[in-house]
Design a protein around this ligand. Sequence first.
Ligand code: ZN
Length: 712
Amino acid sequence: MKEFKRYLLTAALPYANGPLHIGHIAGCYLPGDIYARYLRAKKMDIKFVCGTDEHGVPITIRAMKENVSPQEVVDKFHAIIKDGFQQMGISFDIFSRTSNEIHHKTAQDFFLNLYEKGLFEERETEQFFDEEKQMFLADRYIIGTCPICGNTNAYGDQCERCGSSLSPEQLINPRSVLSNAVPVKKTTKHWYFPLQDYENFLRQWILEDHKDWKNNVYGQCKSWLDKGLQPRAMTRDSNWGVKVPLPDAEGKVLYVWFDAPIGYISATKELIDNWKDYWCDEDTKLVHFIGKDNIVFHCIIFPSMLKAHGNFVLPENVPANEFLNIEGQKVSTSRNWAVWIDEYLKDFPGQQDVLRYVLCANAPETKDNDFTWKDFQDRNNNELVAIFGNFVNRTFVLMHKLCHGKVPPVHNTLLDEADRKIIEEIKLTKNKIEELLEQFKFRDALFEVIDLARKGNKYMQDKQPWIVAKQTNDEGNLTTEAQRSIDNCIHICLQLCANLAIFINPFLPFTAQKMIRMMKVVDKMLDWENGGKTKLLSVGYSLRAPELLFRKIEDSEVKAQVAKLNNGLEESKKQIAGEAQPHAASKPQEVQSDSQSPDTKDGKSEIGFDDFAKIDLKVGTILNAQKVEKADKLLQLEIDLGYEKRTILSGIAKHFSPEEIIGKQVVVVANLAPRKMRGIESNGMILMAEDADGKLHFIKPENVIDNGSAVS
Ligand SMILES: [Zn+2]
């Protein structure tokens, strides 16, 4: 295997459009951090870089909806994301951002390098344009009726109901998610990178030279290459992003997937002056930690760009993880089916390592995996508490009880088979962990650490120093032989604890810190070269009282978390029907143009009571209902509000026939500004709830009450 002089690790740039959830941590940040910490402990020359990706359409849309500038959106989420990483102990050497000047310059220079080589092909194409918002629309921002299944909210690239992949042209009645306007075709010019010209290079470099890559990564690359590569537009029409550095490129920016990976280079530049050592020297091992949705960008597109540029090293490995599901369902930020890092840290303060442990032990390294709160509890209680924590705690308690709180001497002549065996195990474990980490098998490496603690428990159980402590002579004093046996056992267990601290450090750094405090040693003891040694704690050295490393997690805590997850889901489903707005319009997070890193937590921003009090909610009865011509979603309702009768248009025609709802009581937003649809003025809105299957239900009083009753 090639020896490298230095390491450059990158972790996918999270998208500055929402906070972090556990899927992000499990996907690429925790594996990258474990590897970085391990290399640092080995005294390797290593840099671990990351930052927020702050460009792209979803950010501009969010800004538009919240009536703030895109810069305000990214400033907010950069700070939140950075804080989340810090709290979780993700040890980047730099956490930069792509809105920084240095990045814009770096990305533009990169683009110009390829441009001056004549690599780009300029193409004019027709694209959908929203005239109301004056914006070109990415496929995800166009919705309409699916020609295959009739779903009225199919996206321009895919129908989520029947799974068909679509193009915006295929949609019946296409409309803009942003304004609901009918999009028009408009000509636009873009710069295309000839990806197909790099196919031979990629085939050799990946399929022949990198058979060592993880199966899931290698397989996805092969399938992309087998499908054949196409030219890809590297620019977009937008005002937010890195401006295309050409004179005839007004209103054009670099495609986010062109500029985002260059963010790794910019971040390294920002971090150190000698950044070229890390990017331009063949002695560097470049490793990209990513999730599986980014494989094509990091294994196909970015390497082709690097190859075209010519000055940079290529990644040596791209150990992408698959996805982490939660309680059997895909993470969905728009449905609020996620475990948010900030909320976890509030609910489990000081327990970063428990989450790190569970996410590593259950990491989706080879296939999608499932996070469940029950498994979280089980792993904490049965592994961290009962095995690791228990061994360390017992060792320290017995040392204080039987050895005066000091590291007892070792009596070499009395060492027996069991003693020698456990000492041997410590050395073997170090080698196994190294081997596994070098192959990015983080789960297996972690299990080796736990297994060593398990062996420590077994060793102590067999030795039973607390029983030996009862072997007294006629005067009631402990026999010399007994004391020596106890000394040997406790001495070995303490050295084993020191080794556990070294081995667990890359995985659970907070726990390792607690352990070195208990042992009153300095950070340097955690150097990897000390692993496997059994003279780490000096004889006669007095150690602190044991500190609880982990605590039991109760059933009630797990129940509360599951309830929280389900409540979040329910909250997010309270959709209000009655508007001709497509559902997708209230879910900006799901309409990203590219599968980026984190998207946003759903939910509306907090409002004061005064804001709520402005809404006039009244109980009414549906007197009459009829279909609206040329509008397959709308029903025209006549509502009796007691004091007046109202005409309200409601988008429920797909769910209810007019006959079945006449006579029902409903809750009406009575002071909503009038709105004309299909030539009819709608004066209010009916409240509806949507269940998991997308079925609508009326919100109504439990018993029939007077029309016009206020709801508050
Ligand atoms: Zn469909």
